[in-house]
Design a protein around this ligand. Structure first.
Ligand code: C5P
Length: 338
């Protein structure tokens, strides 16, 4: 956990790394003469590895994950000083609007912690990251709000922003941090990894199912204690094999820029549990592998399955075939920290 290639994020008091955020003064509507619009980009994340180390006294689980940011991103338009009640809207109907959206929670926490009143706030989300996909779409949007607000008001140190992020959700600190990173604890103990090598492409396929994250954590606890694994209705699930990722092997592959070794080291402790219920996971992986992927894996608790390719051509060809099986298929590259 030490060494020059890593930089511990927690406790890092550097000013927030500035994201692609633009502030535009609104001069069109005289009643909103003081309004400002911030444009922000929220990148999706993939888990190259995800290991559940054990349950903690606070009910959460200690995790160990290698995470990366990918180019598939949501776009946010954050309007301050509207003089109207707060709103959060999204161009995709299935996403919670208003107070139920993590962006609202993030903005509320920021304003309370900074002791400010933006005199009206509205957030519009253009959704591109698959929802309920294990790509931290909602968390990334929330992180983009924290980053944009602090980029504009410059009122809080980075460490405080990280604390607020964790209050919003376990994945939000990583989304603030971005890029290739090792995440531990609930996901907030972040260590920077070497940026990923060039020439790496991902196919992201979202099959049509969603799983409950707390339920999967319960199932993994049962599996570890050799109890029968049941679904919410109490029906026994055939006990799936356990997967424990080799995090060190993945870190070493990234350090060496070895795409083949990265492909081999892709692993997710939740994958056998999800695949036992939804065989499409294995089917998607097998198609990706026969079509030239160096490795394929579930991200987070799913449902997105991704393949890693060393050529854009192979990735695009594979994505085309997968469109017959999944309504939502994308190709993406990795992106460095915002
Ligand atoms: O923090 P967040 O609200 O995203 O977590 C959702 C749920 O996932 C938690 O209520 C908890 O059941 C589970 N979780 C966990 N350990 C973590 C992260 C999440 O048990 N490190």
């Amino acid at each position: 956990m030490t060494g020059p290639r890593r930089q511990q994020a927690t406790g890092n008091r550097q000013q927030a790394t500035v994201p692609p955020v633009a502030a535009i003064m609104d001069r069109h509507n005289p009643s909103e003469s003081a309004a400002v619009t911030l444009e922000a980009v929220a990148y999706g994340k993939l888990n190259l590895t995800l290991d559940v180390l054990g349950k903690r006294a606070d009910g959460y689980h200690d995790l160990e994950m290698v995470m990366i940011s990918v180019s598939l991103a949501d776009r946010l338009s954050i309007r301050l000083g509207t003089g109207l009640p707060w709103t959060v809207t999204c161009d995709r109907g299935s996403i919670p609007q208003g107070e139920g959206n993590l962006c609202w929670k993030a903005a509320r926490r920021y304003c309370d912690a900074a002791g400010l009143d933006p005199k009206g706030l509205s957030i519009q989300i253009q959704k591109n990251i698959p929802a309920q996909g294990g790509m931290a779409g909602g968390s990334s949007d929330a992180a983009a709000v924290l980053r944009a607000l602090n980029g504009h008001y410059k009122l809080l140190p980075e460490q405080k922003l990280m604390e607020l992020a964790l209050e919003v959700g376990s994945d939000v600190p990583y989304c603030l941090f971005g890029g290739a990173a090792l995440a531990r604890g609930r996901g907030e103990l972040l260590t920077r990894l070497r940026p990923l090598p060039e020439g790496l492409w991902f196919v992201l396929a979202r099959p049509d199912f969603s799983v409950s994250t707390p339920e999967l954590f319960r199932e993994i606890d049962a599996l570890r204690h050799c109890e029968p694994v049941t679904d919410v209705t109490g029906v026994a699930i055939r006990s799936p094999a356990q997967v424990r990722p080799d995090t060190a092997a993945m870190e070493s592959a990234i350090l060496r820029g070895d795409l083949e070794a990265m492909g081999k080291a892709l692993a997710n402790a939740f994958e056998p549990l999800v695949a036992a219920r939804y065989p499409v996971v294995k089917e998607l992986k097998s198609i990706m592998l026969t079509q030239g992927a160096l490795g394929a894996c579930l991200t987070g608790t799913g449902s997105v399955v991704f393949g890693l390719y060393n050529s854009k051509f192979k990735a695009a060809a594979s994505a085309l075939t997968l469109k017959d099986l999944c309504a939502e298929v994308h190709i993406a590259t990795s992106v460095p920290r915002p």
